[in-house]
Design a protein around this ligand. Structure first.
Ligand code: AMP
Ligand code: GLY
Length: 423
């Protein structure tokens, strides 16, 4: 197949590596990609992934068989709608269904109407409504901007003043959501859908805070691991957990959106908290999660291209369930100095070959560029070390050994990824 992946992060690199690992001789293209992706796919560097007309023109002219949309921005911009209108298979929802991610208020409405378990939330349009909602729902306070904010639009705090200040930041651009705090472990679970049928992938856990021990600000994600061995203690097995969430969350949402005439064709990301009163949704995304994808796809043993193509062409029902290795997978994100607040970019990145030669390790690039002076970091999250092992102790050991080979002045990473499952 000739496959175009839109995006330029470690998630897109992980998707391309999974497609290449099938050994099916796919022709792989990425727009715009990055320096690491350039080693595994042909870059279409001058194609704007957020431009529906340009992407459709290119995909048509280049005879692309399947377009996979990585990030949310092209979805919200209507890139998938434009491709679908032209009859080009695309894995990614249209802009209305993508509001599940783009608008927290839309997601809450769909959950209410579809009977999906979630925390209570109040939409506040001004300071007075914020104050009333904070008092009603109590501490810890959860305040969310209603729109795409790259993980930065959310604050969880015991400090009422900080919650108010966060609301003040976002109120000028629209209402904010004040949510009930949900206590319990978090799980990211991905579902592939063709708008009707749903297939679950294997669950993962993401580390959202910047520093060890879950300290510091929220980020896009500093690391992840999969599978989640502790799910068996609560649910009997991972399969039973996945079946429950498929029944209570994914299927009702997919059915509801189909009923509204805006089917969700793509990746439904359910961000879940396992509370004492059951599994509840804290957020949906309309695309693969980053960095969870790096560990989930590292364990996938069935062909990714067939699964996504079946979803894009409305024949998921006849596609077998995806299968996963029992290996443990761990990913650690290397971040630039100052991330997430003010990342310092342009610094040299070295030692990657040594890191990639550690057994069971591969690298997924997030923000790198090749210059005359060599490889440099171009963003906050720079790259992911991804390691597999027969257990988490081995996978962790490999990941951190590989990280020790990499040099990026001023960089930081968490040292506790998957420590809680490594025994
Ligand atoms: P979101 O962007 O909605 O996923 O929020 C980012 C992070 O904030 C989540 O991964 C959680 O760790 C935390 N969070 C969001 N909403 C809640 C909530 N209602 N209760 C507890 N933690 C939350
Ligand atoms: N890892 C969180 C996200 O992709 O939104």
């Amino acid at each position: 197949m000739k496959i175009l992946v839109l995006g330029s992060g470690a998630r897109e690199h992980a998707i391309l590596l999974a497609l290449a690992a099938e050994g099916a001789g796919h022709e792989l293209l990425a727009a715009p990609g990055n320096a690491g992706i350039a080693r595994d796919a042909e870059l279409v560097a001058d194609l704007d992934p957020n431009d529906p007309v340009a992407v459709t023109e290119f995909a048509g002219t280049a005879n692309i068989d399947l377009v996979i949309v990585g990030p949310e921005a092209p979805l919200i911009a209507g890139v998938a709608d434009a491709l679908r209108e032209r009859g080009i298979p695309v894995f990614g929802p249209g802009k209305t269904a993508a509001q599940l991610e783009g608008s927290k208020a839309f997601a809450k409405r769909v959950m209410d109407e579809a009977g999906v378990p979630t925390g209570r939330a109040v939409r506040a349009r001004n300071r007075a409504e914020v104050e009333t909602a904070l008092d009603e729902l109590g501490a810890p306070h959860v305040v969310k901007a209603d729109g795409l904010a790259a993980g930065k639009g959310v604050i969880v705090t015991d400090d009422r003043e900080a919650a108010l200040a966060h609301a003040d930041t976002y109120l000028p651009s629209g209402p904010v959501l004040i949510e009930e705090f949900l206590a319990g472990p978090e799980v990211s679970l991905f579902f592939v859908s063709d708008g009707d049928t749903v297939r679950a992938l294997s669950p993962a856990q993401d580390y959202k805070r910047a520093y060890d021990g879950d300290a510091g600000p929220n980020t896009g994600g500093m690391g992840a691991y999969s599978p989640l061995p502790w799910l068996a203690d609560r649910f009997g097995s991972e399969a039973e957990f996945v079946a429950e969430v498929t029944r209570t969350v994914a299927e009702p949402v997919i059915r509801h959106l189909d009923g509204e005439g805006t089917p969700f064709i793509g990746l439904l990301y359910a961000g879940l908290i396992l509370t004492d009163s059951g599994v509840k949704v804290i957020e949906f995304n309309a695309r693969f999660g980053d960095p969870e994808t790096q560990v989930v796809l590292a364990r996938l043993t069935s062909p990714l291209s067939e699964l996504l193509m079946a979803a894009a062409s409305g024949r998921l029902e006849s596609e077998p369930d995806p299968t996963f290795s029992s290996d443990a997978a761990v990913t650690v994100v290397l971040a630039s100095e100052g991330y997430p607040e003010k990342p310092v970019t342009g610094r040299p990145l070295t030692g990657l070959d040594a890191a990639a030669s550690v057994e069971g390790v591969h690298l997924a690039h997030a923000a790198t560029a090749e210059t005359v002076d060599g490889l440099v970091a171009t963003g906050g999250r720079v790259l992911n070390v991804v390691a597999r092992g027969t257990d988490f102790a081995e996978a962790r050991d490999r990941a951190y050994r590989a990280l020790a080979d990499i040099t990026l002045p001023g960089s930081h990473h968490r040292t506790d990824i998957a420590a809680r499952v490594a025994g």
